[in-house]
Design a protein around this ligand. Sequence first.
Ligand SMILES: *Cc1c(COP(=O)(O)O)cnc(C)c1O
Length: 429
Amino acid sequence: MQKLDDLLKIDSDAIWHPYSALDSDLPVYHVESANGVRLKLSDGRKLIDGMASWWSVIHGYNQPEINEALEKQMKNMAHVMFGGLTHTPAIELTQQLLDITPEPLDAVFYSDSGSVSVDVAMKLAIHYWQAKGKPKKQRFISLRHGYHGDTFGAMSVCDPETGMHSLFADAMPKQVFIEQPQCRFGEVCTEKDISSLKQALIEYGDNVAALIVEPIVQGAGGMWFYSAEYLKQASELCHEHNVLLIFDEIATGFARTGKLFACEHADVVPDIMCVGKALTGGYLSLAATLTTKDIHETIDNGKPGVFLHGPTFMANPLACTAALSSIRLLLDSNWQENINRIQYGLEQGLFPCMELSQVNDVRILGAIGVVELNEPVDMKSIVPQFVDAGVWVRPFGKLVYVMPPYIIENDDLTFLTDAMVKIISSLQK
Ligand SMILES: *Cc1c(COP(=O)(O)O)cnc(C)c1O
């Protein structure tokens, strides 16, 4: 193997990292291995992981049961095309997903990533209205500060400013943006919160295929937790105006917010739902778009009578195996109590930040802890401080946040939140 310095030179010369300049002066750390909640860097340092590799590694790294399931599946069949062929991992995973997601969802479309699953959801919605004889319904309503992915369809429903829509203005469909509900999780929702949606439905409803939202928790667009009542009212309004409802549960799915799916907080069921991220326990890239019978029957009975999408690696057997194994681990664990434990630990550890003059707000829900600062952080200096403190935390903008693997023990959780408080309090006021 080449020397580490040579490898890192190739990395800095030729590899893009997410949302970065190729020639970036931000540090990247070489991870040698990962186990449980710890990332081991090549310089020997071990970091407690506060990010779960962007919401996904819920059972920790190097998980014995998932490893074993994958090894077995690999010796049997790593991949096979899904056109005209099928396999048990995909069928069993489908049964499992339909068992744990809200009742009327009864069919699954597999894809490789969250962004693609959102594009698929949007295409399904347009297909549906075409089949219903309403071909003009092709636009989408979306919340400001939303994040739904980076492909063109998904990007078009992301927040227009953070999504840099002006840069892609002529290449991207123009969607209808509405105000983010200001009613917080647990609060009542007022007319002021819902009026933006009402207005958009009246003005554009005839041309709108669906409303797409991240239920309860807006993730990468601002880590904002809003009232379940908003979703209830939004669902009723969409129904009245003949607009479908798409829930993007890619970040919130699989117990992160304290319910298996965030829509359960509101007791609202979408017409189309996307899952990804934690679906495979962070092992492989897989996402799924689920729909109701009404959607898929209508599409099947319309023209052209098929749904026009089909990824090469659709329902990859290894990915389906990892997903099945991860979901079983979750369901067999005492996840409800465990998420409550983590929520309590985050509250104990992070609420004291409220006293700091650098801090504007602290929000905690399930296994998500967010400290919103008054000023954006300097990534170049803060990330190395976290690494020196022995934790992996990667803030963005004004947000320093964590969503650790569910297996994190109380001592490690305290270590993580202590490091956050220490570093935040040392920031310039
Ligand atoms: C991460 C994310 C996506 C995009 O998923 P990728 O797998 O990165 O394409 C979409 N929606 C939400 C809510 C996400 O958090």
